[in-house]
Design a protein around this ligand. Structure first.
Ligand code: DX5
Ligand code: ZN
Length: 219
């Protein structure tokens, strides 16, 4: 079993984001996860498209922009132009169907995010329109929280629904991922993990990423 790893730079040193991105690229990251927060959809603030644009030159890896915004439709074009390769938006947001179409029209990979308290079935009507699914395993807003295992139970459910539809798309798990729980996440059927603290608070980024990529069962 193996997982793709998308380190979330929110847990890195914010005064040297470009360098942190370079370091995780060299340490074997598959994607760069950029958490965009508006202080309204979630109780925290992070980066805008200007920061994403200036970070673009630090790596050739895909930018995975997770928009935690009440009105993501207003900003998708700006993030696309800034260099996002993937843009994911929350199913809890009003008019999300239109936003998914907008991301598609911009030629970017389309992601749908589901919060821990939102039932898996909320995603059903959009599954034909997306390129990947992101299952949140913490309440979004802050890195370094503990994984909510009940939320992880949605992964096999969604995998089954996708199979029924003949859709073979990646499922990403975001929130509270650690070297200790990565095996269970892979077993649940996830393909990719977002990891903030598990990478950036580790002494050795490369070792942390490699252990997340090849998770082993902990007894
Ligand atoms: C939470 C963000 C996550 C999170 C990841 O709002 O979407 O990407 O910061 O950080 P860890 O892995 O530390 O939970
Ligand atoms: Zn995220």
């Amino acid at each position: 079993m193996s997982l793709k790893v998308a380190p979330s730079v929110i847990a890195g040193n914010q005064a040297e984001l470009g360098l942190e991105i370079k370091r995780i690229d060299e340490a074997g990251a598959d994607l760069i996860h950029l958490d965009v927060m508006d202080g309204h959809f979630v109780p925290n603030l992070t980066m805008g498209p200007g920061v994403v644009k200036d970070l673009r030159s630090y790596t050739g890896l895909p930018f995975d922009c997770h928009l935690m915004l009440s009105q993501p439709g207003k900003y998708i074009e700006a993030f696309a132009k800034a260099g996002a390769d993937r843009i994911s938006v929350h199913v809890e947001v009003a008019g999300v169907g239109e936003v998914l179409k907008g991301i598609r029209a911009l030629g970017k990979q389309v992601g749908l995010v589901i919060n821990p308290k939102t039932p898996a079935s909320a995603a059903d009507r959009y599954l034909e329109d997306i390129d990947f699914l992101l299952v949140m395993t913490v309440e979004p807003g802050f890195y370094g929280q503990k994984l909510i295992f009940d939320a992880l139970d949605k992964v096999p459910t969604l995998r089954q629904t996708l199979r029924t539809l003949g859709r073979d798309i990646p499922i990403q798990v975001d929130g509270g991922v650690t070297i200790e729980n990565a095996y269970q996440i892979a077993q649940a059927g996830a393909d990719e993990v977002v990891a903030g603290a598990a990478v950036f608070k580790a002494a050795d980024y490369k070792a942390a990423i490699s252990r997340l990529k090849n998770p082993v069962a902990v007894s």
